[in-house]
Write a protein that binds this ligand. Structure first.
Ligand SMILES: C[C@@H](O)[C@H](NC(=O)OP(=O)(O)OC[C@H]1O[C@@H](n2cnc3c(N)ncnc32)[C@H](O)[C@@H]1O)C(=O)O
Ligand SMILES: Nc1ncnc2c1ncn2[C@@H]1O[C@H](COP(=O)(O)OP(=O)(O)OP(=O)(O)O)[C@@H](O)[C@H]1O
Ligand SMILES: [Fe+2]
Length: 562
């Protein structure tokens, strides 16, 4: 192929540089051959976790070398293709702009700028998290997958909608890998801990540990303290490792399934270093199998931090003109994936879910007609004779003991809190029958449709008020999404209290509002006025609305990436 290194032509080859935390890495992506060569020099702390200054020092030493190695490969490829040796062998230099450790990012960016200048090619600034996702989409050939990012400093599920990747759910505290690594530091093991836990888990048996999912968000702090405590109490290390993996990965698998259900997607891709774990991949694969979805995990060299994913996304961005001048190329330690305008998918439809169709209906789910069966994220719901039968079937991806515990607990709590909410004046269905062991509930059928098909200011105000009422009564809903509210002419019913629990903590109350806000953002084209209406109604109706809303602002500021 004859080279034309202008910005109008599609890229032949792109050089990627990665160095957000531990991997000093450079790669060449040969577009035509769809071939990625990666050169990585890993930072391994002598003790403890990653020290930002030491990591930056590693970048300073290692980045020039891996870059030169990658460049040599690019030159060979260019020579094989018969290109002019005087010309740059790559059309662009793509680098990880964030998120990541500031000192590391700055060294990588400096190297990238210098190289781009030397080769007289443009710079492309890549979001590291979007790269973790795009590499899976690229390698799988899937068109509109949900993505689970399971990496060291992050954990989130993303879906594509209307030109951006939306964060459907994320960790409320640490990233999944960091959580595991902290646990292994407690044991005195060296960094990284993830592979060591995987190894020890193979000899372990299941012991009870906390399990925390809130809508599509989740939290690791409770389970991590409990795991450390279990070790201090003399529980066998292999049992704690095993159970930790079982619970944490089941949480990730559950939220991935919820995201598939919400977005009506049937493809899932995995990204991030924790994705190298066999048990996590097994769980996700089984879950997808059970619901008829396709699952793809890239090979390990593309899961852990690597410059290959930066080069591949860099090429897509270059092709749509997403290059940046040096003066605009400052690093972004807190760069969120939903800040990126996804230009390289602009030819595609609005998105994979929630877009209103011409007749104003959204999606195709309504537990309305008699005899109809609705597949929710957790349960199968059948409508018969004005009654609704909800069955939580076993999920074979998770440990049977955990599975039984979750199904029993959630069924019992759902019956209890649905009735409790009615008692305090919130419209909910009458509970006719409950069998926690079998995971079966029979309810009165309520509402004509789900809230997401009738999203008005008045309706979300009702929801804000209802949440205030149950919070004042001392419990939370746990999953107040636009699919867990049913609407009829005059009334707005809350359903699906399975994730609810008793609590007086402002933090837990704020999480309910956060889940609602995320769900509005995921379903409505203009979510802001709806969100405001819900908050105003909540503030007016609640005994301590101001305090909870302050906490909500705090919650929203978290889950940011360092
Ligand atoms: C911002 C960026 O620097 C950061 N990168 C990062 O965290 O490196 P990554 O390579 O994606 O993931 C590393 C994590 O992946 C874990 N890990 C590696 N192999 C594992 C395994 N077999 N099982 C569980 N965890 C594993 C390690 O313990 C470590 O916490 C991120 O993507 O969040
Ligand atoms: N009492 C009810 N009256 C009318 N429709 C109902 C009732 N309960 C459930 N449905 C319908 O069934 C759907 C699924 O129910 P539910 O949310 O309880 O199950 P789920 O599996 O927990 O779903 P998800 O986890 O996706 O929210 C609801 O969105 C609603 O359309
Ligand atoms: Fe990463």
């Amino acid at each position: 192929m004859v080279s034309t290194a202008t910005a109008d032509a599609d890229a032949r080859r792109v050089l990627g540089i990665e160095g957000t935390a531990w991997a000093a890495s450079a790669a060449v992506y040969d577009v035509e051959a769809d071939d990625v060569t990666i050169e990585t020099d890993a930072y391994e702390p002598d003790s403890g976790g990653i020290h930002p200054r030491e990591a930056a020092e590693h970048m300073r030493e290692a980045i020039p070398q891996v870059v030169e190695q990658a460049l040599d490969i690019a030159r060979e490829q260019a020579a094989d293709a018969g290109e002019d040796p005087e010309e740059s062998p790559v059309d662009a230099v793509a680098f990880s702009r964030g998120p990541g450790l500031g000192p590391c990012l700055r060294i990588v960016a400096t190297a990238a700028r210098a190289l781009a200048q030397r080769l007289s090619v443009p710079l492309v600034g890549v979001n590291h998290m979007v790269a973790h996702l795009e590499i899976g989409r690229h390698r799988s050939g899937f068109s509109a997958p949900v993505c689970l990012n399971a990496s060291g400093a992050n954990a989130h599920v993303l879906g594509y909608r209307n030109g951006r990747y939306r964060v459907l759910g994320e960790t409320m505290d640490t990233g999944v890998g960091n959580a595991i690594d902290k646990f292994t530091r407690h044991l005195g093991w060296s960094h990284p801990g993830g592979p060591k836990v995987e190894q020890r888990a193979s000899e372990g048996e299941y012991v009870d540990l906390p399990y925390v999912v809130k809508g599509m968000d989740f939290s690791f702090s409770g389970i991590m303290s409990a795991a450390k405590q279990a070790i201090d109490d003399g529980e066998a290390v292999e049992d704690v490792c095993y159970s930790l993996q079982e619970n944490i990965f089941a949480m990730l698998t559950e939220v991935a399934e919820r995201a598939l259900s919400l977005t009506d997607a049937d493809e899932l891709v995995l990204g991030g270093g924790v994705g190298q774990n066999d048990r996590l991949r097994e769980m996700l694969g089984k879950m997808c199998d059970q619901r008829g979805a396709d699952f793809f995990a890239p090979e390990p060299r593309f899961l852990r931090d690597n410059a290959g994913m930066i080069a591949v996304l860099g090429a897509k961005m270059y092709d749509t003109g997403e290059t940046i001048p040096v003066e605009d190329s400052r690093v972004r330690p807190d760069f969120r994936p939903d800040e990126v305008v996804v230009t390289w998918r602009s030819g595609e439809a609005v998105g994979s879910w929630g877009g209103s169709s011409d007749d104003g209906t959204v999606g195709a789910r309504d537990g309305g007609g008699a005899g109809e069966t609705v597949q929710g994220a957790e349960a199968t719901v059948t409508v018969e004779d004005g009654r609704v039968r909800k069955e939580r079937h076993p999920r074979t991806y998770r440990h049977p003991t955990l599975d039984e515990r979750l199904r029993t607990e959630r069924t019992r709590e759902e019956a209890r809190l649905t009735s409790e909410a009615r008692r305090v004046g919130v419209p909910t269905p009458v509970v006719h029958d409950v069998d926690p062991k079998e995971g079966v509930l029979v309810f009165e059928r309520v509402g004509e449709r789900d809230l997401r098909e009738d999203l008005t200011i008045d309706r979300v105000r009702d929801v804000g008020r209802h949440l205030a009422t149950i919070h004042d009564a001392g419990f939370v809903h746990g999953d107040p999404t636009t699919r867990n509210v049913r609407v009829a002419d005059e009334r707005t019913f809350l359903i699906d209290f399975g994730l609810g629990y008793y609590t007086d903590h402002a933090e837990d109350h704020a999480m309910d509002l956060h889940v609602l806000a995320q769900s509005l953002a995921g379903t409505a084209d203009d979510a802001e006025p709806l969100q405001e209406a819900a908050e105003d109604a909540y503030r007016d109706a609640s005994e301590r609305g101001e305090q909870v809303l302050d906490r909500l602002r705090e919650v929203e500021g978290r889950g940011r990436y360092q």
